[in-house]
Design a protein around this ligand. Structure first.
Ligand SMILES: Nc1ncnc2c1ncn2[C@@H]1O[C@H](COP(=O)(O)OP(=O)(O)OP(=O)(O)O)[C@@H](O)[C@H]1O
Length: 236
């Protein structure tokens, strides 16, 4: 589908508030977050445990509703949309990579990616072609018919990234994508994000690793439910 706001930032959060309250004990996670990610940027988000990084990503992806404020993906406002309308915006604009991969074990690597392309609205043939293209781009062609369990940690995360790219997302969100990997696997994924960024992919990634953050072109720090002023701008 045509992007109706081709020049809008990939992501724009303004005054975003979110309180978790699963059992009658409210926990304020976001206290009025402002954050803008321009198209083509690679932004790393860091901050102490519990400061709200995962919540920010979930809200940015439309996986959790914001209580207040504005969440715009490629210019499209998520706040106030029905669940199904929000899901449509999400399917069009967001790819999400989890720390623990969240792959479907009963399917081959290729099927994991093709299923995501189907869910994004592609027909069967187009979904298969997209899956093959991504599996190839991410260097997993020789593993295409294997289940995720047959892959190393780094390969599994590469597969999860292929799946997240199936809908050609405006914004790739990743929550500690190297957190479950050994150093070789983490390095592999770090290089891959760098390559995707070079190809023009917009990325917002949460990490506890200074090494991973160093690969981004902007570092954003969070503290106690708020985003700090920029500490490192993109190189001129
Ligand atoms: N589903 C939930 N129910 C209740 N409280 C939650 C929930 N999710 C997060 N929280 C709380 O909200 C706050 C922010 O959590 P969040 O996971 O966003 O932080 P984080 O910076 O990603 O932490 P970490 O680096 O440890 O992953 C924390 O106090 C956390 O305990």
């Amino acid at each position: 589908m045509e992007d109706p706001h081709p020049v809008a930032p990939a992501l724009e959060l303004a005054g975003v508030r979110k309180t978790h309250d699963p059992d009658g004990t409210p926990v304020v996670a976001l206290r009025g977050v402002d954050l803008r990610v321009e198209r083509g940027e690679f932004v790393a988000l860091m901050g102490p445990s519990g400061c709200g990084k995962s919540t920010l990503l979930q809200v940015a992806a439309g996986l959790e509703p914001a209580d207040d404020g504005s969440v715009r993906l490629a210019g499209e406002e998520l706040v106030g949309l029905s669940e199904s309308a929000g899901a449509r915006v999400r399917r069009r604009h967001v790819g999400f990579v989890f720390q623990f991969f969240n792959l479907l074990e009963g399917m081959s690597a290729l099927e994991n990616v093709a299923l995501a392309a189907l869910a994004a609205g592609a027909g069967r043939r187009a979904a298969d072609a997209r899956a093959r293209e991504l599996i190839d781009l991410l260097g997993l062609l020789d593993k295409a018919r294997r289940p995720p369990a047959a892959l190393s940690g780094g390969q599994r995360q590469r597969l999860a990234i292929a799946r997240a790219l199936a809908n050609r997302p405006t914004l790739l969100l990743a929550d500690e994508p190297t957190g479950a990997l050994d150093s070789a696997g983490a390095q592999e994924i770090l290089e891959l994000f760098g390559r995707l960024h070079e190809l023009g992919q917009t990325i917002l990634l949460v990490t506890h690793s200074a090494e991973v953050a160093a690969g981004a072109d902007r570092l954003v720090l969070m503290r106690d439910g708020l985003v700090d002023a920029p500490v490192r701008e993109a190189a001129p």
